[in-house]
Design a protein around this ligand. Structure first.
Ligand code: BGC
Length: 752
């Protein structure tokens, strides 16, 4: 090479290096995304672009096969055909393949209602938080955030990037076997709480999912039932909980439910998925079907279903053919794909993929215990029997519900697996199976012994009421544990405690006036013995550290502050419907039927459920019907007392409700102050609705001026003709106090 050629090559090399330096320093995102993906040829990896821009760019590059691959899962054992591609699943309920060519990672979905599911079969560990209804009993938005953050951390540690928790079906039917998975009977409380859980999950770069959309309020015949319900009632109650949850969190996914609504399956329901969710609420994320809740391709796609789970009965080859023949427009498919991709970009699962790691077991215990301490509701405390003084009590009888070894958990796809297996099974045995009754290894007996080290603490299983009563009689205090198991896939026949537990409690109470009942239930229960016992604590399904949290409440290390997110009626007869409507035989499939998925896919014959109580959900029903209840919505006692005074209500852009709250008792505590509004008679609303609350911590003798802003939306009604929320002019009465039936402060204002 002559000198000229050498010089030419040198200058060219220098030029290339200079250009490279400029590109790398000026446009780093074009070269490398936060996840380390090289972005040459992948301009959508530029994190400065909006999720929509990024999704659009990817969609433009995709082949039809790639698009179709995002529209469905790869199948799940027992629920129809499973694709060979499923081998790369992380072991969760849903797996959507990656498209490496485009830098699109797989979506690994796991159920995660009160913790990450499937630890047993996957050989992993996850924390069980108190159940979702319990968390709603805390009325604590910070606790809800911690709840979601813990779940998201553990999902990511296990390699998941999408959660399938977020149950927020409003409790119209408390005998629904999934009541423990939901957030109670009030749309504002439920919506705000689920919104915080979702916000926390998505902040950790996990796709959040709110479910089951909508009015999936009973499990019996869930694949066939057709729900009839007034549209205004639906907008103001069941759908409102979702609307608030989505507005608070921008949860990226919504799971449509199994049931039909007004004749159409929820997953092919134009009104629910398109008119309400995507148009009225401007939902930008994607709709995922519940597992086997898809019943068509073209109809579902046009109605707004974006993604089928768990397999590809409709959204695989069938969909591809429909697109190729022009029966499903490509634009519709592009919209589904865009929604899925934009959700992945928006939540950060592409830029910050999960790294498998060991979950923080001890940190999880701490969170679970703290949340349970804020969720245990003190329902009765005659003569201030509680808290017990661990240094003075000489003997305690601990009775029933396997309280020597564990505490109960809720079943179905929400089930979290206990470390070491089911506490009542031999160690190492008893991996969870569908609908097995699972007790977590958190022993009330041990926790109580630790708090009262000098007391004689004895256990009786409660199977023989006479022997339990004898032990109670010879003890200073009797603590009876009672339980009501529930699960997805079943409903309760009644709110009564099963297995003669009412009889056990009555006999123990007759033997010892210092009897405290601890309830481990996922729904309200009836309590024919309520007036005979000194104390009642609702502990719900309390999670990994239930016993420790409970002992802290029983012995006063923690002052209870939770309030009921659901009414406890006096009897089943007081509910809006005497029984849960059971499906006819042809509307169900039998356990073990290997063809069940085909029958479900085709659609089982419908049977009808009519929610003619309409707007009157939960406390609104009991208020409107003037029914006495056992314990009202919003009720919960404390070891101290609170005084309410000086109500002021002013109206501007929003309504401001101010009052003075004083701790009038002998201990520090936290009071959930509740604000209800009675709307003008012209609105035709039930007597009152919750419009705000504040959880206020007060030292002994302290008081605080509390101000709660009320969003006018929460005072509005849904006008069906205008398809809009409307604040009607008139007199609005604001009621403030400690429960929905104890509201000492009251003031009316005229709102224009
Ligand atoms: C449940 C969903 C769950 C899904 C995946 C269904 O049976 O209804 O809540 O997310 O299974 O396990």
């Amino acid at each position: 090479m002559n000198l000229n050629a050498v010089l030419r090559w040198t200058s060219l090399t220098i030029l290339i290096v200079v250009i490279a330096i400029i590109v790398v320093t000026r446009f780093p995102a074009a070269v490398r995304s936060a996840s380390g993906n090289t972005t040459s040829g992948k301009p959508w990896m530029n994190t400065k672009l909006s999720p929509d821009e990024r999704a659009d760019m990817v969609v433009k590059e995709m082949t039809l096969d790639e698009k179709i691959s995002l529209l469905h899962g790869t199948g799940l054992e027992g629920l129809g055909p499973v694709s060979p591609l499923a081998v790369k699943s992380n072991g969760g309920a849903g797996y959507v393949v990656a498209i490496p060519r485009l830098g699109v990672p797989a979506i690994q979905m796991s159920d995660a209602a009160y913790g990450v599911r499937g630890s047993g079969e996957n050989g992993r560990y996850s924390t069980a938080l108190p159940d979702n209804l319990a968390s709603a009993a805390s009325w604590d938005l910070d606790a809800a955030y911690e709840y979601g953050a813990l779940i998201a951390r553990e999902l990511r540690a296990q390699g998941y990037n999408m959660s399938l928790g977020g149950g927020v079906n409003l409790t119209r039917e408390p005998r629904n076997g999934r009541t423990f998975e939901y957030m109670g009977e009030d749309p504002l409380l439920a919506g705000k709480m689920v919104g915080r859980v979702m916000t926390a999950e998505q902040a950790q770069h996990v796709i959040g999912d709110i479910k089951h959309f909508a009015v999936n309020d009973q499990e019996s015949g869930r694949n066939a039932v057709n729900v009839n319900i007034d549209k205004r009632a639906m907008r103001e109650s069941d759908l409102l909980a979702f609307e608030i949850g989505l507005r608070e969190s921008n949860a990226a996914a919504v799971m449509c439910s199994y049931n039909r609504v007004h004749g159409d399956y929820a997953c092919e329901n134009q009104f629910l998925l398109t008119d309400v969710l995507k148009k009225d609420w401007n939902f930008k994320g994607f709709v995922v079907s519940d597992w086997e809740a898809t019943h068509s391709a073209a109809k579902a796609s046009a109605a707004g279903l974006d993604h089928e789970e768990p397999g590809e009965i409709f959204y695989g080859d069938t969909m591809k053919k429909l697109v190729e023949s022009g029966k499903v427009p490509m634009a519709e498919v592009d919209d589904h794909v865009h929604r899925i991709l934009r959700s992945m970009f928006a939540t950060g699962v592409i830029d910050d993929p999960p790294q498998k790691s060991v979950v923080d077991v001890v940190g999880g215990f701490e969170v679970a215990q703290k949340i349970e301490e804020q969720s245990i509701v003190l329902l009765r405390n005659e003569h201030n029997l509680l808290p017990l003084d661990g240094t003075k009590v000489a003997s305690i009888a601990v009775i029933g519900a396997h309280s020597d070894v564990g505490m109960l958990s809720g079943g179905g796809s929400a089930q979290v697996d206990p470390p070491g297996g089911n506490a009542i099974a031999p160690p190492g045995k008893g991996r969870t199976t569908w609908q097995a009754h699972i007790w977590f290894p958190t022993s009330p007996l041990k926790a109580i012994r630790a708090k009262a080290p000098t007391a004689k603490v004895q256990y009786d299983p409660g199977t023989d009421p006479a022997s339990a009563a004898a032990l109670a009689k010879s003890s200073d205090v009797a603590i009876v544990f009672a339980e009501q198991w529930e699960s997805e896939g079943m409903d309760l026949d009644s709110l009564s405690l099963p297995n003669h537990q009412d009889d056990l409690i009555a006999k123990v109470a007759a033997a010892n006036p210092h009897t405290v009942v601890v309830l481990e239930t996922g729904s309200p229960v009836t309590m024919p013995w309520a007036g005979q016992v000194a104390g009642i604590l609702e502990a719900w399904y309390p999670g990994s550290r239930g016993a420790e949290a409970l002992a802290n409440v029983v012995f006063g290390d923690v002052n209870p502050s939770a309030k009921l997110p659901i009414t406890f009626p006096k009897s089943d007869a007081d509910l809006p419907h005497p029984t849960v409507v059971k499906p006819p035989k042809e509307s169900t499939t039998q356990d073990g039927d290997t063809e069940a998925w085909k029958k479900n896919a085709k659609g089982l014959p419908a049977f009808q459920v009519t929610y003619d109580e309409g707007l009157k959900v939960g406390y609104k029903w009991y208020d409107a019907e003037r029914k006495e209840v056992l314990f009202p919505f919003g009720y919960g006692l404390s070891y101290t007392s609170y005084g309410y005074s000086n109500l002021k209500v002013t109206s501007g852009k929003s309504v401001r409700v101010s009052f003075k709250l004083a701790n009038t008792g002998g201990r520090p505590g936290a009071e959930i102050a509740e604000v209800y509004a009675a709307l003008p008679a012209s609105t035709g609303e039930p007597p009152k609705r919750l419009v705000g609350w504040s959880k206020v911590t007060l030292g002994r003798g302290d008081s605080k001026e509390v101000t709660i802003e009320i969003d006018p939306w929460y005072l509005s009604i849904f006008n069906i003709e205008r398809n809009a929320w409307q604040l009607l002019p008139g007199d609005y009465t604001f009621l403030v106090g400690t429960s929905s039936r104890d509201l000492p402060l009251k003031e009316s204002i005229y709102i224009k």
